[in-house]
Design a binder for this molecule. Structure first.
Ligand code: K1U
Ligand code: ZN
Length: 189
């Protein structure tokens, strides 16, 4: 199973709203398997299809596998939606698409998520703490939102300048389209 390339900020493909999955096919199952392989390889605790250049509402999550003695427990989410949110918490997040940066983000403390699995069956997951944060982070990717869009403007601008400098030093180009976050829906601010 191939490990996929993870797109990095400011790639404009990270800023698109992903399309719903119409049908669970073998091709989609293969993509989910490749995304899991990529997530474990990076390593990460989640990965959304837009991060590997596929504009579909598909994400994979395994929030426990890196703990000592824990087994892999992968979860594949097709067309996930958060149907309940409760409480607030602040978590220090990182992102496989936002290199060399982490910051505190305010999120709902507990969520209920509804999605389809790879058999096309409905899945309902209740989560709190890190798992709830991870669900919210991955669903943001499906809407073209990055965690740096949810931090203070000063911190965000400092990161953008640092990233621009790093890309200049690497000889890579800067995509202005990736710098502008999409508007956050009012209920999700
Ligand atoms: O979507 C992504 O970019 C993956 C991201 C998910 C995430 C991290 C932290 C809070 C919310 C969501 C990551 O997995 S970053 C790497 C990471 O957190 C980690 C990696 C190895 C072991 C434990 C955590
Ligand atoms: Zn991310």
């Amino acid at each position: 199973m191939p490990v996929l390339e993870v797109l990095q900020f400011p790639d404009p493909r990270l800023r698109r709203r992903a399309e719903p999955v119409e049908k669970v096919t073998d091709e989609l199952r293969q993509l989910a398997a490749d995304m899991l392989e990529t997530m474990y390889d990076e390593p990460g605790i989640g990965l959304a299809a837009p991060q590997v250049g596929v504009s579909l509402r598909l994400a994979v999550v395994d929030t426990h596998w890196s703990e000592e003695g824990a087994e892999r427990s992968p979860l594949v989410l097709v067309n996930p939606e958060i149907v309940e949110r409760e409480g607030r918490l602040v978590w220090t997040e990182g992102c496989l698409s936002v290199p060399d940066f982490s910051a505190e983000v305010e999120r709902a403390e507990r969520v209920v998520l509804r999605a389809l699995d790879l058999e096309g069956r409905e899945l309902v997951e209740e989560a709190s703490g890190l798992r709830a944060v991870c669900f919210q982070h991955e669903l943001d990717h499906l809407d073209g939102v990055l965690f740096i869009d949810r931090i203070g403007r000063l911190k965000r601008n400092l990161y953008v300048q640092k990233r621009k400098k790093a890309l200049r030093e690497q000889g890579s180009s800067w995509h202005a389209a990736g710098e502008r976050p999409p508007a956050l829906p009012e209920s999700r601010l």
